[in-house]
Design a protein around this ligand. Structure first.
Ligand code: X8Z
Ligand code: ZN
Length: 602
């Protein structure tokens, strides 16, 4: 997506002069259009420069690249702040819909607003770049042995594969040693970003984040709560079932059958999705019947091969193949000789076809899904490229996160057979196993997707004070997810900082929304593809009808309020959890049978 930036000094000085000279008269529609044209061209230029520098920093973390990236970020943010403030000059002008929307988008374009004070603005950029670098370089060296350190990838693998609670606990705690050094920086980042938000007329940065959804910020918070209430019973059923299986496996002393689940036993560093404990919790006869990780390894499919499968899915829908530069410039593997930010991301460097992904790919089913996720971003970016610059983004940020996931929902056994990765698709007797696997990935994620920003919204508003950062984090983890820390925690820890999106300042509610939206998209596209099977058996692979519907929505970018984009694809203007509930309905029934006579909740 276009990341907005621009330099205050160059362009804005003449603009400011122009407006002060014009302050006698009300600005005209023509003035507004000229201002927007100037802003769009300047922001595109700055976005491109920043993306190139930021790419180098993320794929080669050094002291120097960090400083360069911070300076580039500062330039963009300062200019965007200026444009956002200038946009308010047109508040009373009766603008046609397109420029009116652009003005609104410009006012809330920033995710990290900076104070106008130059020193503070520079400090904020430096802090945020530094936190991301600390995360990217983060390692746990067991026993303090610096020749034997574990990075996020190594810890991810241990969390996924080990069944030894002591080993799991050790790496779980170990990963969280990377974040206490970020605590001071984070506190200052909150102060400075809030100061910037107030300059934009917002009460705090959280309110700015919530203002990006074509509705008042408080309405959006209620909307999220409404969606969570819709899906909560499904999550609680899954939680109770998984807890009882883990309690059988590890014993009631480790996993109490009626309390929160210890966070180190769910197959993931953050307990955010649980598909890696599938072998532990699938009862005989309800297994998913195949293991994609095993298939990829047996067939010797490498990282590039996995990306090719992803690309082929999109081209089968009617998307153009990725450009040769994608293959030349992307980072697919963790380099052996330098530090990189391994957290997967998709880039549109110049908003003119320079698409890339950056990912340290492991040969696993989980990364196969993540590749589709990232390519979803790239194909979306290219689809809205012909829109005016300020409209080059997704309908809302949940849409951006949902596209690739929607495609990955079509990675069904039948699809794997069609592309030659599986000999025969399992029959309907394996449906529960397939659905359980998907639920471990998708349903388990929902409360995590929600709570990260419940924490940040309260941090930005001051409801959570720095002295309570960690305690408040664990209260939310318990409240929403029903998980608890497996070791004593204190304010000497900073566990939120051990999750990528916190030090890197990426809002997280988008993923919660995406987990609702992708099932709405899948249901609509499966229908367009003429699939009459249960939703979890529908794949839209090779459906040009589904592809056309999807492409039409993606091409809209953010030119219209998101309900219109949603309506174009699904016929509905509301984000709606009935699609995910429909998808998992047979599993919900099965889970509730399994949970008979057992405790639910925590
Ligand atoms: O950060 C991501 C993507 C990049 S936008 C890999 N995701 C969230 C996460 O990893 O925490 C995808 C699912 C949730
Ligand atoms: Zn994403």
């Amino acid at each position: 997506m276009l990341r907005i930036r621009s330099r205050a000094g160059l362009l804005c000085l003449p603009l400011l002069l122009m407006f002060s000279a014009c302050s006698q008269r009300k600005p005209s529609v023509g003035d507004a259009e000229r201002f927007l044209a100037e802003a769009e061209s300047r922001l595109l230029d700055l976005a491109t420069q920043e993306a190139r520098i930021s790419w180098v920093q993320s794929t080669y973390i050094t002291h120097d690249t960090e400083l360069l990236a911070a300076a580039a970020r500062e330039r963009t943010i300062a200019a965007t702040m200026d444009f956002a403030k200038q946009a308010t000059r047109f508040d009373g002008v009766d603008l046609p819909p397109e420029p009116a929307r652009k003005m609104e988008l410009l006012k809330r374009a920033l995710t990290m607003p900076a104070p106008s004070d130059k020193a503070e603005s520079e400090e904020l950029s430096l802090i945020s770049t530094r936190m991301e670098g600390v995360y990217g370089r983060g390692k746990y060296c067991p026993g303090g042995d610096s020749s034997n350190c574990l990075d996020v990838g190594a810890i991810t693998r241990t969390m996924a594969e080990s069944r030894d609670p002591n080993r799991l606990l050790d790496v779980w705690k170990g990963w969280r040693t990377i974040s206490p050094p970020m605590r001071q920086d984070y506190q200052r980042y909150v102060e400075l970003a809030n100061k910037g938000a107030r300059e934009l007329g917002m009460p705090d940065t959280g309110a700015l984040w919530r203002s990006k959804y074509d509705m008042p910020p408080d309405d959006f918070a209620r909307e999220v709560e409404r969606l969570w209430e819709q899906v909560k019973p499904l999550y609680v059923s899954l939680h109770a079932y998984v807890r009882s299986r883990l309690s059988q496996k590890y014993g009631a002393a480790v996993v109490p059958p009626d309390g929160p689940i210890p966070a180190h036993l769910l197959g993931n560093i953050w307990a955010q999705s649980w598909e890696n404990v599938s072998p532990l919790v699938s009862p005989p006869g309800a297994d998913p019947a195949f293991d994609l990780t095993k298939i990829l390894k047996e067939k010797n499919i490498d990282a590039l091969g996995m990306v090719r499968y992803g690309e082929r899915f999109f081209t089968s829908l009617g998307f153009e193949p990725l450009p040769p530069t994608f293959w030349d410039r992307s980072l697919f593997l963790k380099p052996r000789d330098r530090e990189v930010v391994c957290h997967a991301s998709a880039w549109d460097v110049d908003s003119a076809g320079d698409l890339r992904i950056k990912m340290c790919i492991d040969i696993t089913g989980e990364d196969f899904t993540t590749i589709h996720h990232e390519l979803g971003h790239n194909f979306y970016q290219r689809a809205y490229n012909r829109q005016p610059i300020l409209f080059r983004d997704s309908a809302n940020d949940g849409f951006h996160e949902a596209v690739g996931d929607t495609i990955a929902l079509s990675v069904t056994p039948e699809y794997l057979v069609r592309v030659g990765l599986l000999r025969t698709a399992p029959d309907a007797s394996k449906d529960i196993g397939l659905l359980l696997n998907r639920a471990l990935e998708k349903v388990a994620f929902l409360p995590f997707g929600l709570l990260v920003d419940q924490w940040r919204w309260k941090v930005f508003s001051g409801e959570i004070a720095p002295a309570n950062y960690n305690q408040a984090w664990w209260e939310l983890r318990r409240k929403y997810q029903g998980v608890e820390a497996p070791a004593p925690r204190s304010e000497a820890d900073f566990d939120p900082g051990a999750k990528y999106h916190v030090p890197s300042g990426v809002p997280y509610t988008r993923y919660f929304l995406a987990h609702i939206l992708q099932f709405q998209f899948h249901r609509a596209l499966a229908k367009a593809a003429g699939c009459a099977d249960p939703l979890h058996r529908c794949s839209i692979f090779e459906s040009k009808e589904a592809g056309q519907k999807l492409i039409s929505m993606l091409e809209m970018g953010q030119s219209r309020p998101w309900p219109e984009a949603l309506e174009a694809l699904t016929g509905s203007r509301q984000m709606d959890a009935t699609a995910i509930l429909d998808y998992f309905a047979p599993l919900k029934k099965w889970l509730d049978e399994q949970n008979q006579g057992k405790a639910t909740g925590w």
